[in-house]
Ligand binder design. Sequence first.
Ligand code: SF4
Length: 488
Amino acid sequence: MAYTILDCYTDEPSGLGVPPSLGTYPRYIYGALRKERPYYLTIDDLRNLRKFGTKGINKENEIKTNTRIYNLTRSAEEVSRVLDKTTQLIVVSGINTPGKYLSAVPGTLSEITELIRNTNCRKILTGPAALIGSRLEGGKKPEYFDKTVYDEIEFNYLGINDYDKITPSAEIVEQIPYPIIAELETGKGCDIGKCSFCTEPLKSCVAFREPKDVVAEIKELGKQGVEHFRFGKQTCFYSYKNGDVKEIEKLLKTAAALKPKTLHIDNVNPNKVITGNGEKITKLVVKYCTPGNVAAFGVESFDIEVVKRNKLNTSPNVAYKAIQLINKYGAERGANGMPKLLPGVNLIFGLMNETKQTGVENFNWLKKIYDDGLMLRRINIRQVVPFEGTVLYEEAGTKFIKKNKKRYWSWRKNIRREIDYPMLQRLVPKDTIMKDVRMEIYDGNNTFGRQFGTYPLVVGIKKRLELGKYYDIKVVGHMLRSVIGEPV
Ligand code: SF4
């Protein structure tokens, strides 16, 4: 039996597995099949083979980097040999919170299904797509695909959703020739679990992993050369072990003692920041994690009518206070040039009871945050995808998206121009030196790169620098959501 894991990438409310982030699903599957030494391929590998044959793409003279064929694990010829040997093809896929990715394009289910249709082996679909579905663009229904191509569709394949069964393996990294940031899982499920659009409560009940298990994973990954880590696979980092400060400190302290180059977090519930042990946990995150860190808040809407109708967990006042508190402890600039810990805000368009006023409320609250001298690392705005099983799907579907779509462009533009742009100037003023920016893609005579991190800022350089190389960059200008820099 020859197993191949085909990583078509995942993005969920809790958990990222789009390169350079390596998600938990491929690692857990590899761990379960460790004795069989499975192969690891990416959707990019498969696109390369299918489009360019066994010769593969010639990247040498690319004017604009092809990000659909970028994250290659081996030559197209080797990919062909691996597929010929494969008897079980395990497809990992599922985009539930679509975003924009600098150097990767996740596979859509229809694309993946066509690429593997004629592969002569048993085909298994797992990852969030197997339970929830997938959609690469917001504001649309989940994608239709031909399920008959798969012999098995199973979210909990090999028990990868059971903490008592998973045996994560770092050996998979031996097959990945590019640097990654490892997504670490600390827990699953949500103790609130009521937000109308959210797929998280459909997947899991609340459970936490033990600090020793998470740290053991960091150690093993470290032995394989992984230097960057993100506690990203959980609905709220502050809720780890029900907000037990001792357990959180144990996790952070032992992880930090391993001296990773990057140690970041992701999702945080703003309510948990301003109540209970929130202040203490904030200090611990600032103390033990590396700079450039972001506590991403799922505010979703500052319109109280939308908050109520969709049973969102955060009111505008709570979000504001949490933003203040994170700024109080995290705004100081760290050694890599970025503030140590800042809040991020997620907004969703298309929720129930959204009206013209929603755009006004969102803008006014963000303006207040800016005017009060606070910082947000980034504002993520997306259009909701009504996944089956959610309250939004049952009660409204795409009704509000259709009704308000005409407003989205101007809502978004106003936020980008009036908030993001001046905020970025505050966040990284001209002459700031950003350390260790890795060059990733070309667009004509421009090169774009990022530091490793949870939501790294994109830096554009007006010349072609060597891809894959690290530079210290001086900020010389600002775009709406990125900065212009020069190597120093
Ligand atoms: S608080 Fe709401 S959005 Fe966040 S994980 Fe829970 S149900 Fe989902």
